[in-house]
Ligand binder design. Structure first.
Ligand code: ADP
Length: 165
């Protein structure tokens, strides 16, 4: 029998979360219902040009996930699978919105499996209302004063307003 069976399962939900949207939260809610522990891990990705500093992204995530006792927020650098291994995680959780996400996610999942075959990537679909929602589009809307209500938590809405005011 697989010795890993019946053990508590930790899943890592990695991403930029620049900033966290209601689509991310939808996925966090789904993940938190299935996994014993869900670690939302903010990637310190040096080649992107973020709007919010990692510290700010973590603060917002911590505030909006506060009610989920099995959800934790962390940061990682370097290879995701190294981080997942260090955290004792057996699952990487990713969201797929549309077919356009699939190719990139497939490549990444296959590459991660090659590096660490013991860790499974699990994909979840958000609620339909969030299937078009991305941090990038939210930032574009907010930059030009567009309505982001309902797309991000109220706290994030305020932070976006402050950034662009
Ligand atoms: P990354 O830079 O790694 O794509 P993101 O913060 O954009 O980081 O996304 C993190 C994860 O959350 C990815 O798996 C992405 O597909 C997923 N995701 C982002 N927005 C949504 C959404 N609206 N619905 C479902 N999943 C989403």
């Amino acid at each position: 029998m697989d010795s890993a069976k019946n053990k508590a399962v930790t899943a890592i939900y990695p991403g930029s979360f620049d900033p966290v949207t209601n689509g991310h939260l939808d996925l966090i809610a789904r993940g938190a219902r299935i996994f014993d522990t869900l670690v939302v891990a903010v990637a310190r990705n040096l080649d992107k040009d973020p709007l919010f500093a990692v510290k700010e992204r973590i603060e917002m995530l911590e505030a909006v996930t506060f009610d989920w006792k099995n959800v934790e927020v962390d940061m990682f650098e370097g290879l995701l699978v190294d981080y997942a291994r260090a955290r004792g995680a057996r699952v990487i959780l990713r969201g797929i919105r549309a077919v356009s996400d699939y190719e990139y996610e497939l490549q990444m999942a296959m590459m991660n499996r090659k590096v660490e075959p013991q860790i499974e990537t699990v994909f979840m679909l958000p609620g339909e209302a969030y299937s078009y929602l991305s941090s990038r589009l939210v930032k574009e809307l907010a930059r030009f004063g567009g309505p982001v209500k309902g797309l991000v938590p109220a706290l994030v809405e305020e932070r976006l307003k402050a950034k662009f005011s």
